[in-house]
Design a binder for this molecule. Sequence first.
Ligand SMILES: CC(C)(COP(=O)(O)OP(=O)(O)OC[C@H]1O[C@@H](n2cnc3c(N)ncnc32)[C@H](O)[C@@H]1OP(=O)(O)O)[C@@H](O)C(=O)NCCC(=O)NCCS
Length: 392
Amino acid sequence: MNEAANTSDLSIPPAVAAPVKASGGLQGVIAAPSSICFIDGNEGRLVYRGYEITDLVGQISFEETAFLLWDEKLPNAAELSSLKQDLGSSIALPPHVMALLRTLPPKTQLMDALRTACSALGALDPDLLSNDRPANRRKAVRLTAQLPTIVAAFHRLRGGLEPIAPDPKLSIAANFLYMLNGKRPHETLTRVLDAALVLHAEHGFNASTFAARVTAATLADMHAAITAAIAALKGSLHGGANQEVMELLLQCGDAEGAEKKVRAMLANKEKVPGFGHRVYKTFDPRAHFLRKMSRELGEAAGNTKWYEMSERLIPILHDEKKLNPNVDFFSASAYYTMGIPIDLYTPIFAIARVAGWTAHVMEQHSNNRIIRPQDDYTGPFGLKVVPIAQRA
Ligand SMILES: CC(C)(COP(=O)(O)OP(=O)(O)OC[C@H]1O[C@@H](n2cnc3c(N)ncnc32)[C@H](O)[C@@H]1OP(=O)(O)O)[C@@H](O)C(=O)NCCC(=O)NCCS
């Protein structure tokens, strides 16, 4: 036996590749291959399945975007019509989910109601326990159809109003607006919301998508993964920022007030919602579109105040911190001008991002390995158990 082989002493750990220490927040870590989305943070470029976002917005609907993300190609007319039919036939909520929404206290946050109801949707889903692609694809369609219905239904219930039954012939964007107040939405509002859904549909390994993939990688089902994603989206560093942007603008009253407030926030080292991004080091390409939408909606409504206040903040954040607006910044003033209640902004993000989340769950399940990093232990060793009576 040579000397190397003679080291079979149990106190000597077997040779393993030295773990690589990740930077804080996993910055710069590539967690897995993916063919769904490409982001170039230096160039401000976003690509869904090979298509530049600049080509997709205004040219394809949210339904076509979902098909693209799930099926890796744009649908032809027959495929789109079949998808719309499938979405329409899934859009009403099962009775047990509607009954559950009725039991939630009216002050329940919309994102919490959405997360709870999404989890409950799994209970009676006919494909719940199958993670194969056809089953996952069917669940992706059902979840994409049902999340907007949950948000609109709970929004009405919490205000003491009966939910409005969805119209299966309408698009996701039109139906959502219709279910909020029972009025057929104006074509412009539907078009703007549809474009916003396209812009929010997918964004690589962002926090909520990563939460979905981590959950799916344990072989938990699609509903479990999407419930986890909704939970992650809620936070103010992620999807919750759009609501905070509007709250900030309202609190400031006018452009001078906004400038003063934001300068004070920066002096206090506080974060200004709607600015900064882990990946984009230049203008977020989605913000370009939302900026234009915010301006045009303001002009059409004869009130560009919120758009102008937003514009006033951009050079301040750029000059002081080299930060640019992200997707949440102009979506706030755009949605506000559309008359959408402020706490619906983050749920609208979820209604869109479910297309990307479900695409990622399918990709994860199709080539799975459990996601299990290590931590960098910083605690003590060698402590001894002291009997409880002697503990301080
Ligand atoms: C998006 C975000 C979470 C990215 O976080 P991150 O990559 O971890 O970046 P950090 O939080 O480490 O920020 C780096 C520096 O920029 C500053 N910064 C980042 N975003 C800022 C903001 N919105 N306002 C003020 N300062 C900000 C940080 O304070 C930090 O400054 P320092 O180096 O002097 O300490 C962060 O920019 C943020 O919190 N933005 C506001 C919330 C938001 O809009 N979220 C939606 C994202 S789409």
